[in-house]
Ligand binder design. Structure first.
Ligand code: AGP
Length: 624
């Protein structure tokens, strides 16, 4: 949801900003802009619509905008359509704000987040003779900073503090004041922002990959905190204007992990990383060898006593992370004999439901910044429930605020469509299920299950080896209008994720259906050659789902079936069969999802779409 960057140091700022923005484009890509100051000169602003390349071209790769201090932005529109006028940076002056050039404004800034009371603030500012050129909440925010700066004349930090107190919503804000050359000021509430410091230079970014090439030394700016950033230095302040001391954190991520590494798209690279990152995640929590294997959750702070005593579990998440919860529900209920409810975070947070006292709430999130998941976490905490976060991004808001945190080791995931983070979340849930089952005395063969989990990465590689068949199949279906994914139980949960992958990157309408539900209405959509994909990994449900697929076939459907090697005579029934290696049936999702990821990928490529940055989407959804 918008990416922001900032740079001040000895280098030319614009190329650094553009390079940083290229790593953040996954956060939004409907327009981009930057503002750069050359010494004491006023800022020069350049804005373009569409992808970042337009800005790169317009600024001659940054050369056309000299100066060593600047801010940049890539936008995912919330208030106001994607246009040059609505693109950031925004300025405090009463100008047209539409184009590029020197800006004689007091304040120029970029923002990620949403200002909920911007209408009310806009009316107030209009009464003070401010004129607005855009439809954005950000312009209101920048003008409010300018208002307090001029009214009280107590400097940028004071102006930011007064602004923060007045606005409702979320923001990561970076601004330059014309009176303060060589400095950027930042403020944050809810939306992510990090500050990197090197010798003689400083960086601001919404996410780690944007600055990884320059520094691993980062500071996390806290909620309702502000920062004054100059070349190689940063000072943090609280709302009272007092200095806040902070320790830098060293980022361990490999810079290469945030690059495409020879693949055409990040998504394909991330699909191929799954065996490695899943093994990394398993090894983080599985300890011992041979018959002494165990899942060790001590790092999360969850004790054996706690695990044994939770009366129920709520799993709360959005999108693919919610699909992980759906799949885990079957595994947890079966292995641990515990009541599990899976909720969409956007629904959960407004439900007036009575939650079971003493229950555990598990929030699953790759980014750790998803607004609805964060709000759900806070709601659960307010109700006195214990919270556990399963998160990929280190020190993200959800990771910090949850009582307990289990990290996935997926590394930076850049493609908007999640693959490797999803797979890591899934194995975390499997490990949790095993740990819970052990402590609650509801499992036999605990060590065998763990050994089985450890076979998943090798088996994932085998599925990937077969990708050409999927590619061939995809080439036949690039004109498909509708695709249906059907399955029962765990297979239904796999279908939910397969269908979302398909929709989000290939723009083909698809639906995931519990196989038995088709004939309650949806089967009327089946026409000649409609593709129906059946997921058939569960022994006792195999025949039922096959029957449902045959009902579709009799109405003209073309059938693809995914099942385990050599297990069934699936080819007697379906037109195209895909096999995954055998694995314990609780864990089949880790393997069966890969052909579906690949199918969505190849269909998107064959349609010539932007796989990594599908239209209308952003990687982390930090607005409601
Ligand atoms: C899936 O491919 C999507 N990008 C999306 O559904 C995502 O899983 C969802 O927005 C949740 O994000 P999070 O894991 O960062 O909370």
């Amino acid at each position: 949801m918008c990416g922001i960057v900032g740079y001040v140091g000895g280098k030319q700022a614009a190329p650094v900003l553009l390079q940083g923005l290229s790593k953040l484009e996954y956060r939004g890509y409907d327009s981009a802009g930057l503002a750069v100051r050359n010494g004491e000169d006023p800022a020069v602003v350049v804005k373009t619509t569409g992808k970042l390349n337009n800005l790169i071209e317009k600024t001659d790769e940054g050369r056309a905008v000299p100066g060593t201090c600047g801010i940049g932005h890539t936008r995912w529109a919330t208030h106001g359509a994607p246009s040059r006028t609505n693109a950031h940076p925004h300025v405090s002056g009463n100008c047209s704000g539409s184009g590029s050039g020197v800006v004689e404004s007091e304040v120029v800034g970029v923002h990620n987040g949403i200002i909920e009371n911007f209408q009310e603030l806009k009316a107030k500012m209009e009464r003070h003779d401010y004129r607005f050129y855009s439809e954005t909440d950000t312009e209101v925010l920048i003008k409010l900073v300018d208002y307090y700066y001029n009214k009280y004349k107590m400097g940028p930090i004071d102006a930011l503090a007064k602004t923060i107190v007045r606005v409702r919503g979320s923001y990561a804000l970076a601004v330059m004041f014309s009176d303060y050359p060589g400095k950027i000021f930042a403020a944050r509430k809810e939306s992510p922002m990090i500050i990197g410091v090197n010798e003689g230079e400083s960086f601001i970014a919404s996410d780690v990959p944007a600055i990884l090439q320059h520094t691993r030394n980062v500071y996390y700016i806290g909620n309702l905190e502000m920062a004054e950033i100059s070349a190689g230095e940063v000072t943090f302040y609280n709302l009272d204007g007092d200095v806040v001391e902070k320790e830098a954190t060293t980022i361990e991520w490999d810079a290469e992990a945030a690059e495409k590494g020879g693949y055409e798209h990040f998504m394909m690279k991330e699909i191929h990383e799954q065996p490695r990152v899943v093994m990394d995640t398993l090894k983080k929590y599985i300890k011992g060898e041979g018959e002494k294997l165990s899942v060790d959750l001590s790092e999360t702070g969850l004790t054996k006593e706690m695990i044994a005593s939770f009366p129920a579990i709520y799993i709360v998440a959005c999108g693919s992370a919610w699909h992980v919860g759906m799949e885990a529900q079957y595994v947890l209920e079966e292995m641990c004999d515990i009541q599990v409810r899976v909720e969409l975070a956007s629904e959960f947070r407004y439900r007036k439901n009575r939650l079971q006292t003493g229950a555990l709430v598990i929030i699953i999130s790759q980014s750790g910044e998803t607004a609805d998941s964060l709000a759900a976490l806070r709601m659960a905490k307010e109700k006195g429930l214990t919270t556990l976060a399963i998160v990929n991004v280190l020190d993200s808001s959800i990771a910090r605020e949850a009582d307990h945190c289990m990290y996935t080791l997926a590394g930076p995931e850049i493609s908007v469509a999640t693959t490797k983070a999803y797979s890591c979340q899934l194995v975390c849930m499997f490990m949790l299920a095993l740990a819970f089952a052990k402590e609650r005395g509801t499992i036999e063969g605990y060590e065998n299950y763990i050994s089985e989990l450890l076979t998943i990465p090798e088996k994932m590689k085998k599925v990937l080896d077969d990708k050409e068949r999927i590619q061939w199949f995809a080439s036949k279906y690039s004109n498909a209008r509708d695709i249906f994914f059907i399955g029962r139980g765990i297979d239904y949960a796999i279908c939910l994720e397969g269908s979302l992958k398909m929709k989000e990157i290939s723009y083909i309408h698809s639906e995931a259906y519990a196989a038995g539900e088709m004939k309650h209405g949806t089967i009327s959509l089946i026409e000649d050659q409609t593709l129906v994909i059946g997921v058939l990994t569960q022994n006792d449900l195999y025949e039922k789902t096959i029957s449902n697929m045959m009902e579709c076939k009799s109405r003209g459907a073309y059938l693809m079936g995914i099942t385990a090697y050599g297990k069934y005579d699936v080819e007697d029934s379906v037109n195209f069969a895909v096999y995954i290696p055998k694995v314990d049936e609780h864990f089949t999702g880790s393997l069966a999802i890969i052909p579906l990821q690949l199918l969505a990928y190849y269909l998107s490529v064959s349609k010539g779409l932007d796989v990594d940055k599908p239209r209308n989407l952003a990687k982390s959804v930090t607005v409601e």
